[in-house]
Design a protein around this ligand. Structure first.
Ligand code: SF4
Length: 437
């Protein structure tokens, strides 16, 4: 059980944390960072109870595989104390913000993994929290550790990514700066040097970056990446990677039942519609995981969750009970492919009710399409560019963008100021076109 680290000053930041509740239109927001997205059933029940007792009951699964409680009223301290008592807090107050290490949701159980990332991840998370210098990193500075799992979010950019591959019978870690594991690697290190590489990259970044250069991409706009790598090579033994690149992952493995490395077991992926749960849903999933899984849940960067280690014979029951709770467990459901930010119901910057409009769009789309509905340019719901983005311009009205790899931001502006009905008609026509990408 954690003790509340009140003695250590909290860092100022606009980002919510577990100990720093940030106000929004619909009340305070508390962000609970989960180690590798994982939370025990008992902890999940504690989150559900806290959201019910001290907040509006809205719980969000974030696109970095964390949880948020929204609508927090005057009892902030009680909410925080309950979450800390459940063991959800950081090791030190200043360490909360830097717990930004993303793993595959199927870490340690994936059929294709080259190694179990969880022990190394535990070591990295401990260092991030205990090494005081790292507390100067931005709350957004993020690291990804990938072991080649079939289920992996490979589109979110990270300040540093590491991805496992095999060479001459040896498992090594390719890595890159300010990008995704599907980019060309900047180099590789032996698996045993993975922790040292991360420490060296973060220390070098902090030595070189000016205070306003909070992300790796900021530094690399003026400090040549070759020079950064040359200095890194003085600290960690590295090799070039000439002929390997991480293959893209599948977009469908986070939903429904999928075999694990142990073929007697499956994980069941389930999506709360538009990333939102209520206490009944979270408590129900936690109890089901306790009954028919391994008493844990894993949240994913698709704003969904997995019940890992379910016996094959229990798959149908788990899916049925998750659907009864309101989760989506079939990949073909249009709502399962839509993401939407908080929107004007809870965010002062929102120009439209994005979640309500996304629900309406789901009823109008004849087939499932990956669509991101954003209340403003900040794009809180998507860490990557979606194939289709609706950007609010007024209540119920959106600009429509199509992703274009050659363009930054949301891509090509295709149409301006559309209603949701007009968007549905246009997307339907486009999906029938042979020119559709
Ligand atoms: S994208 Fe804009 S409107 Fe949506 S939650 Fe973020 S800041 Fe608010």
């Amino acid at each position: 059980m954690n003790e509340r680290p009140l003695s250590t000053a909290l860092r100022p930041s606009a980002c919510p944390g577990l100990l720093r509740i940030v106000p929004a239109l619909d009340g305070g927001i508390c962000r609970i960072k989960l180690n590798g997205g994982s939370i025990s059933s008992v902890q999940a029940e504690a989150v559900a109870d806290a959201a019910e007792r001290f907040a509006s009951g809205v719980i969000e699964a974030t696109n970095r595989a964390n949880l948020q409680v929204r609508g927090i009223g005057g009892e902030q301290a009680a909410l925080i104390d309950n979450l800390l008592a459940a063991g959800l807090g950081p090791q030190t107050a200043a360490g909360d913000d830097v717990r930004n290490l993303m793993l595959s949701p199927s870490a340690g159980i994936d059929q294709q993994m080259l190694f179990d990332t969880r022990p190394l991840a535990g070591q990295i998370l401990a260092t991030l929290q205990s090494h005081e210098a790292f507390h100067d990193l931005s709350a957004k500075f993020a690291v990804q550790l990938d072991a080649g799992e079939a289920l992996a979010m490979l589109e979110h950019p990270h300040d540093l990514w590491l991805s496992a591959f095999e060479r001459n019978g040896e498992c090594r870690l390719a890595f890159g700066l300010a990008g995704c594991p599907t980019d060309l690697p900047a180099g590789s290190v032996a698996l045993v040097d993975g922790h040292a590489l991360i420490v060296a990259v973060l220390e070098l970044f902090l030595e070189l970056a000016r205070p306003e250069q909070t992300r790796m991409r900021h530094l690399l706009t003026e400090y040549p990446v070759e020079d950064f790598l040359a200095r890194l090579a003085e600290r960690v033994p590295m090799q070039a990677v000439a002929d390997w690149r991480r293959e893209s992952g599948s977009d469908a493995l986070h939903i429904g039942a999928h075999f694990q490395a142990d073929a007697d077991l499956v994980y069941v992926g389930a999506l709360p519609p538009l990333g939102r749960l209520d206490p009944v849903m979270l408590r129900g999933a936690a109890r089901l995981a306790h009954e028919l899984g391994d008493a844990s849940l894993r949240f994913t960067p698709w704003q969904s969750l997995l019940l890992p280690n379910v016996r094959n014979e229990n798959t149908a029951e788990v899916i049925e009970r998750m659907e009864q709770l309101g989760f989506l467990c079939q990949p073909g459901q249009p709502l399962s492919r839509l993401i939407a930010c908080t929107g004007s119901n809870g965010c002062a910057k929102g120009l439209a009710d994005t979640k309500g409009d996304a629900r309406q769009l789901a009823t109008l789309l004849p087939q499932s399409l990956n669509v991101h509905v954003s209340g403003c340019l900040r794009s809180c719901a998507a860490a990557h560019t979606a194939p289709v983005t609706l950007l609010a311009v007024a209540p119920g009205h959106y600009d429509l963008y199509f992703r274009d790899a050659a363009l930054p931001g949301f891509g090509v502006l295709h149409a301006h100021n559309l209603t949701i009905e007009a968007v549905a008609t246009l997307l339907d026509a486009r999906s029938r076109s042979p020119l559709d990408a």
